[in-house]
Every structure is written in structure tokens, then in C-alpha cells.
Design a binder for this molecule. Structure first.
Ligand code: HEM
Ligand code: HEM
Length: 242
């Protein structure tokens, strides 16, 4: 009987996959809601929705998710750990020259993962100190007015940085699909990838069992609870926004 020469390997555990798609959804929703809040005519203005309140809630979700991912980078399954994918310049150069192969994030892609976490994490953090000076303010605005001023202005000026990073992220994924014939999106959905059998024996398969999923859920519950507590520390959006 002819045997398949491909073997399935687990790369992304469920908590990492959930983190990714929830993050993408909440970031896009935070953008959409803040833009909708700024409209003065059309269905968004007429909808009777307190868009800024939603902006804050999606922002809190982003913050909870990123705090989760930072902890997961030390406690998650094999490929989710920072120590597995953050490499020094020598390894990055070897990868670019084609002399280094790995599953999970490649050493160059790892830089973009760090940039995404830092930039979107900073955006959510700075939002806590941001106010529009009319109806809406983050819960920590009153801690320090000088710090809030700086954070608020960075929260607004970070917009093009986020858009560029997002565009690069999507272009990189298209590049891998078209030129390297790697479907990274399918792996981020299913958690699995196929590798040649000879190579598979040298590769780790990440654990994605009930235990690791429950651990992920507990960590996410803890970070969400923490962010919820922060949200209760100050005023939020006024209902008069619509
Ligand atoms: C604003 C929205 C998005 C943000 C903030 C974002 C952020 C991230 C982050 C932080 C990672 C690292 C995952 C981890 O190790 O935990 C990642 C990986 C990934 N993202 Fe996104 N993402 C976004 C949208 C998207 C979209 C729309 C797609 C699909 C077209 C996508 C496809 C992927 C894939 C395939 C990976 C895995 C890359 C690899 O294998 O190295 N992302 N993204
Ligand atoms: C990663 C998540 C977030 C993203 C992507 C985001 C994005 C943005 C953007 C692009 C603006 C500027 C809108 C414009 O001027 O057209 C903005 C404004 C604002 N954001 Fe966020 N934000 C996030 C999280 C938060 C959080 C967590 C809070 C508060 C808890 C917050 C509070 C505000 C406030 C009060 C404004 C209005 C500032 C003004 O009108 O001058 N944001 N946000």
C-alpha cells in the first residue's frame, strides 16, 4: 500500500487561534466604531447607537487579549512561546538566506508579531488615558493630566502606524501564499499544517488538549477581569453621544 509522505503537525493551540481572530475582530470593530461616532449624517449618525461606548468596550477587549497573549508567550504550547520564535539577528539572516527552517512564526515574521502586539497594545493602553474633552474619556484620565495629554495625542497620531502595520501584515500573508505556496491563514484557522514525513520526526507537535485550553481560558478570564476592574475606575462614555 502506498503511504502518504505528509504528516499533520499541530502548530497553533486553540487559545492562540482564538486570540488572533478575536484580536483582528476587536481592532477592526474599535476602528469602525470610532469612525461611526465621528459621523454627523447618514445611517451611522441616525442609528441611535452610542458608538463611543462600543469603541471603549472593543478597546478593553483588545487590551485583555494582548495581556493574555503576553502571558501566553511564557505559558502556552510550544510554538506560541516567545522563546521559540524570537531569535537574534544571526538566525534572522540565516533565515533570509534560506538556511534556516522552522514551523510557527519564522524569525523575520516574529519581528512583525512583536510590532503588532506592541503597537496595538500601546493603542489600547493609551486609550485608558484619552479624552475627547466632550463626552468620552478613558477611566484613567484623571490620574495625571500631563500624562493623559501625551497619551491622548499619541492615541490619535498612532492611527497611520496601525494602518501601515496592518497593510504589511496582510501583504506578508499574501506574499507567503503566492510566492512561497504557504497557506498561513488555513494554519491560523485549523491550527494544523502538513510537513514531509522525514522532516516531521525532527519537529515538535504543539499540544492542543483540554488541559491547555482550560489553562488558556483561565488566563483570559483573569486578564479580562483585570481590565474590567480598570474600566470601573473612572467615567466612560456619556449616553448623550447619540
Ligand atoms: C487588525 C487586525 C489584525 C491584527 C491586529 C493581527 C495581529 C496578529 C498577531 C499579533 C499575530 C501573531 C499571532 C500569535 O502568535 O499570537 C498574527 C498572526 C497571523 N495573522 Fe493576523 N492580525 C490581524 C488581522 C489578520 C487578518 C485579517 C488575517 C487574514 C487574512 C490575518 C492572518 C494572520 C496569520 C495567517 C497569522 C500567522 C502568521 C504566521 O504563521 O507566522 N491577520 N496576526
Ligand atoms: C486597540 C484598540 C483601539 C483602537 C484601534 C483605537 C483607535 C482609535 C482611533 C483611530 C481614534 C481617533 C479617531 C479619530 O480621531 O477619528 C481613537 C479615539 C479615541 N479613543 Fe480609541 N482606540 C482603541 C482603544 C481605546 C480605549 C481602550 C479607549 C478608552 C478606554 C479609547 C478611547 C478613545 C477616545 C476617548 C477617543 C476620542 C479622542 C478624540 O476624539 O479626540 N480607545 N481611538
Amino acid at each position: 500500500m502506498r503511504q502518504s509522505n505528509q504528516q499533520t503537525i499541530n502548530v497553533w493551540d486553540l487559545p492562540t487561534r482564538f486570540f488572533h481572530w478575536a484580536l483582528a475582530f476587536c481592532v477592526i470593530a474599535a476602528f469602525f466604531t470610532v469612525k461611526a461616532a465621528g459621523t454627523t449624517e447618514g445611517w451611522m449618525a441616525d442609528a441611535g447607537i452610542a458608538w463611543m461606548e462600543w469603541h471603549l468596550w472593543f478597546g478593553y477587549c483588545v487590551l485583555s487579549l494582548i495581556l493574555f497573549r503576553i502571558i501566553w508567550g511564557f505559558t502556552g504550547s510550544y510554538y506560541a512561546r516567545f522563546s521559540e520564535f524570537i531569535k537574534g539577528p544571526a538566525t534572522i539572516i540565516r533565515y533570509v538566506k534560506g538556511a534556516y527552517q522552522s514551523l510557527g512564526h519564522n524569525p523575520l515574521g516574529a519581528l512583525s508579531v512583536i510590532a503588532l502586539l506592541a503597537v496595538f497594545g500601546f493603542q489600547a493602553f493609551s486609550g485608558l488615558f484619552t479624552t475627547d474633552d466632550i463626552f468620552t474619556e478613558g477611566p484613567l484620565v484623571h490620574l495625571s493630566s500631563a500624562f493623559s495629554k501625551t497619551m491622548g495625542s499619541l492615541h490619535r497620531s498612532n492611527e497611520p502606524v496601525m494602518i501601515i502595520l496592518f497593510a504589511l501584515h496582510i501583504l506578508a500573508i499574501i506574499y507567503y501564499r503566492v510566492f512561497k505556496k504557504q497557506n498561513l491563514v488555513a494554519t491560523m484557522v485549523s491550527g494544523k499544517t502538513q510537513v514531509p514525513q522525514q522532516a516531521a520526526q525532527y519537529m515538535q507537535s504543539a499540544s492542543d488538549n483540554l488541559q491547555i485550553r482550560v489553562k488558556g481560558l483561565l488566563i483570559l478570564a483573569a486578564t479580562s477581569g483585570f481590565v474590567y476592574w480598570i474600566s470601573t475606575l473612572g467615567a466612560s462614555s456619556s449616553a448623550s453621544f447619540y
